[in-house]
Structures are given as structure tokens and as C-alpha cells.
Design a protein around this ligand. Structure first.
Ligand code: SF4
Ligand code: SF4
Ligand code: SF4
Ligand code: FES
Length: 429
């Protein structure tokens, strides 16, 4: 059921159960929010779930017994007509007929104060320095001490975006470093607690989305303090999925491999190393779900020879697999073979061919390039004829690879699949 409400004089319809923040976002009204995340439940879901202690850098930090109200960042506050006070839009449900204001003078002032509170415990030179664009963080012309400078997320953190919207007070308190642990010995991730704003996004994604519960928080001297539930991530049951790193709004949780401007190649090196750029994480995930036909469809989206590839490819993807930093690389080539051998022809029945275009294409040579070309052109609806000088199609796949590595039955099957797409192959021509 939908309810009608008004946000900043704009009529909005929203589903019952949605929050004011979600309703505002649905019509493009921006409300700054740091602890909230579109894919996560509000921070209040963790209320009452404080641990009696958490680990930071292998050291157990004892927490208090009592839980306090998890108030979050308090940046998403709004006013509701006819009601006293300010309300956290990330946690306040929509109601029929309510009238909401998101940017009154008073709200701006409170948000600015609340942001100042967050920044008093977070390095913020990068937010106010006039030379921040292009800063290498190594040398500083303002002589800001190293531990007060910007982190490796420079110019790409959510905290900065929110701070730019709200505005940073000119009389901001100086950040005094307290030298919290920086954990660098874990595989894949670095955890710098000095940059943590205790938004608990990482705890929520690990618990509510991934269902792992490797992270938690404790109330230490009544302050929310986040960490692992065991001495290390591995001992906490972490699956190293990276979801916590992905949602962290600051540089507190970061990926060691992440190189500026090379996000996909840093974080998905297998796909980057694959000469055909096959979406390896996607098909490995489908194989894990036993959806072999769907996995093969992903492979065929780039290369029409899954059965050949899983036998002859030198698998450069496995050399760069990030799992080797935890235990060992994923056996991608054998997984592909497993999918190819489970192929129940479903993916082949689902071959989608666009309507005929009436255009004709002649291809010289039925080696892997010619066959691949024919396959995709045929899928696009063109009439394809491949001319082959030898008596059998396959080119180097047939004459260059020994039979014990690539049984001819497999090659013939995959060439037959291509012919079934409508590709005509004329041999001895
Ligand atoms: S990487 Fe580990 S701690 Fe982070 S969300 Fe995944 S399982 Fe949880
Ligand atoms: S590590 Fe990041 S996501 Fe987790 S509480 Fe700290 S700032 Fe939030
Ligand atoms: S997370 Fe890093 S880049 Fe962002 S404000 Fe903090 S120190 Fe600066
Ligand atoms: S986003 Fe609502 S309290 Fe932080």
C-alpha cells in the first residue's frame, strides 16, 4: 500500500514501511546521511546487540554490559510539521499526509554541529585544505603532521561528499590523533581504526546481508567501538567477501590491492587477466549454485568454446586470484570444466538469435577467430559462411593442439553448436 506525503513542498508517494529518507531519495531529494546505506537496515537494528568485548589488532577490548540508544551520525535529521523536535529520516517511517522539511535553517545548523562532532575525532585536513586537489599526501606545504593528513581514499570518500554538502565550520576543533591501531597484517584488507566513525555499516553488512557475523561492536566507556569478534578476521569466521570494505564511508576499511583509478582491475584481477575478459566471479558464483547452464551462458557471452577453453587455456586468472592471499587460488579452469561437463544443453536451447538482417558475411578460415566471429555475427542475425582450406574446420584448435589435450569429440561438438546457430562452413575451399 502507498501513502502520500509532502517533502520540501513536493508531493511524494511511498510504500508503507519505507523510511522518510528512502521516500526523499525516490524523488531525488538529497538528505545527507553517513551511517545509513541504501542496501542496509538502519543502525537501530543493532540496538541491544553490543558484545561484551571485541578484538582490535588481536587485542581484546572489554565492553560495558549496558547498551545505549544507537543514535548514528545524526546528519539525516528532518522536521515533521506539527511534531516537536527533529527526526532521523533513515529510521522514521513514512505516514499518510505528513509534511516534512529537510533543509530549514535550524536543520542546517544542527547538521553542521553534528558533522563538527564527527570531524573532531577524524582527520579532516583533506576537507579544508585549499590544495587538496592533486595532493600526494606525502609532502604537505601546510606542514600538517602526517597522522593528521588525508588517507589513501583521498577525494573519494563519502565523508568528504557529505561534508562538502553540509559545509565544514571554519572554527572546527583541531583533530588530535589518539593513535588507535592500524591493522595491516590481515590478508586483503587494511583496517585503520583512526579513520573509523563508528557508523556500524560494516557490522550490519556482515551480519544482515552476508549472514557471517565476523564483526561486532562493544560499548567501551559508553562509546560505540567496532572490531572483530575473534583475534583475527579469519578466526572471526570472515569470508573475505569485501562487503564491509565496499560500504565503509571512510578510509577505515580499505582494500590493500586497490589502486587509484583502477578499481575493477584491482578488485577483480581474474577478469582483468582473462584475455577474453569473461566475467569469472559471475560464472563461478553460478557454478556454486549448481546453475551450470547459466554459468555456460556467461562464458559463451564472450567465447563460444567453454569445452575447449577448460582444457587448453593456461588460466592466467588463477595466477592473480586474490584468494591465494588467504589460502589458495580458486581452481577456475576445473570449475569451468565442471560446468561444461554438466551442460544439459539448456543453455544451447536458450541461444538467442536476433531476426535475420538479410546481410551476408564471408569469413576466411575456421580457426578459433573465424568460428568466434561467425558465432557472434550469426547471433546478430547475419548470414555467415566460413571458407576453410582444410578438409575439417577448427584451424589451430585441430591441427595445433594434440588430441590428448583436446579430444576431437569436444571440438566437434562445439563446432556443431556453432553450425546450429546457422553458420555454414565450406571446407576444402
Ligand atoms: S569481508 Fe569478512 S568481515 Fe567483511 S563483510 Fe565479508 S565476511 Fe564480513
Ligand atoms: S570501519 Fe568503516 S564501516 Fe565500519 S564502523 Fe568504521 S567507518 Fe563505519
Ligand atoms: S576518509 Fe580519508 S579522505 Fe575521507 S575525510 Fe577521512 S582522511 Fe580524508
Ligand atoms: S543516516 Fe540517519 S542517523 Fe546516520
Amino acid at each position: 500500500m502507498n501513502v502520500a506525503l509532502t517533502i520540501d513542498n513536493i508531493k511524494v508517494e511511498a510504500q508503507t514501511g519505507k523510511t522518510i529518507l528512502e521516500a526523499a531519495r525516490s524523488v531525488g531529494i538529497y538528505i545527507p546521511a553517513l551511517c545509513s546505506h541504501p542496501y542496509l537496515p538502519p543502525i537501530s537494528i543493532l540496538k541491544g546487540k553490543a558484545k561484551n568485548g571485541i578484538f582490535r589488532n588481536g587485542v581484546f577490548i572489554k565492553g560495558g554490559e549496558t547498551d545505549k540508544r544507537l543514535e548514528g551520525c545524526q546528519l539525516c535529521l528532518v522536521e515533521i510539521e506539527g511534531r516537536e523536535g527533529f527526526f532521523r529520516s533513515c529510521d522514521e517511517p513514512v505516514n499518510e499526509g505528513i509534511v516534512i522539511y529537510t533543509a530549514t535553517m535550524q536543520l542546517r545548523q544542527i547538521r553542521s554541529d553534528n558533522l563538527a562532532k564527527i570531524l573532531s575525532e577524524h582527520p579532516h585536513t583533506c576537507l579544508v585544505c585549499p590544495q587538496r586537489e592533486g595532493c600526494d599526501t606525502l609532502s604537505c606545504s601546510l606542514d600538517v603532521p602526517k597522522n593528521e593528513r588525508c588517507c589513501q581514499k583521498f577525494s573519494n570518500c563519502e565523508l568528504r561528499k557529505v561534508a562538502e554538502y553540509i559545509g565544514v565550520k571554519p572554527d572546527l576543533f583541531r583533530y588530535i590523533p589518539v593513535n588507535l591501531p592500524v591493522v595491516e597484517q590481515e590478508p586483503l584488507f587494511k583496517w585503520d581504526y583512526n579513520l573509523c566513525i563508528n557508523c556500524l555499516r560494516c557490522v550490519r553488512v556482515c551480519e544482515e546481508v552476508r549472514g557471517v557475523k565476523a564483526l561486532g561492536y562493544a560499548l567501551v566507556e559508553n562509546e560505540v567501538t567496532v572490531g572483530c569478534i575473534g583475534p583475527t578476521l579469519k578466526e572471526s569466521g570472515c569470508k573475505f567477501c569485501g562487503a564491509c570494505v565496499e560500504v565503509c564511508p571512510t578510509g577505515a576499511l580499505s582494500d590493500k590491492e586497490m589502486r587509484g583509478g583502477e578499481r575493477v582491475s584491482s578488485l577483480v584481477p581474474c577478469k582483468n587477466a582473462c584475455p577474453a575478459e569473461i566475467d569469472i566471479p559471475k560464472y563461478v558464483n553460478l557454478i556454486a549454485q549448481k546453475r551450470f547452464a547459466d554459468a555456460l551462458a556467461v562464458i559463451r557471452g564472450k567465447v563460444p568454446f567453454p569445452g575447449v577453453l577448460c582444457r587448453v587455456c593456461p588460466h592466467p586468472c588463477e595466477d592473480v586470484c586474490r584468494r591465494k592471499f588467504i589460502n589458495e587460488s580458486i581452481n577456475i579452469k576445473e570449475l569451468k570444466r565442471n560446468a561444461a561437463e554438466h551442460d544439459k544443453k539448456i543453455s544451447k536451447q536458450n541461444f538467442k538469435i536476433t531476426p535475420k538482417t538479410g546481410k551476408k558475411v564471408a569469413i576466411i578460415g575456421s580457426g578459433p577467430a573465424g568460428l568466434t566471429c561467425g558465432y557472434y555475427l550469426s547471433k546478430l542475425g547475419h548470414q555467415v559462411v566460413i571458407y576453410e582450406a582444410l578438409s575439417e574446420p577448427g584451424g589451430m584448435l585441430r591441427v595445433g593442439i594434440p588430441k590428448y589435450r583436446l579430444p576431437r569429440k569436444i571440438l566437434d561438438q562445439e563446432i556443431e553448436d556453432i553450425k546450429r546457430m546457422g553458420v555454414e562452413i565450406k571446407t576444402n575451399t
